[in-house]
Design a protein around this ligand. Sequence first.
Ligand SMILES: [Zn+2]
Ligand SMILES: [Zn+2]
Length: 102
Amino acid sequence: MSDPTKKVSSIFSTLVLYVLASPIFALKAIGSFVRSYRTATLVRAGFLRCSACGRGNRLDVLVTCPRCSFAEFRSLALPCSECGYVPGFLSCTGCGASVRLP
Ligand SMILES: [Zn+2]
Ligand SMILES: [Zn+2]
């Protein structure tokens, strides 16, 4: 025969765990939403300003994937359509400094 109070307490502890974990899930969801929003804004703008020299770097160019060497016309902020590789940065055409992609 099972103890009903034990069962209730185990359900309760599971609930507490969920409640404690929910802010983390919410934060993760918000984080991914902000990231996709930033990417969408960047793709719409079409260029990324270099923080060192202030030059706007065009994003819609012929991109050759460094991982699978697949070349296509797309925004640098978007992942490779062949292997899904996302470049972390691009080299500024003005000063050569690396500009981080969000
Ligand atoms: Zn690729
Ligand atoms: Zn620059």
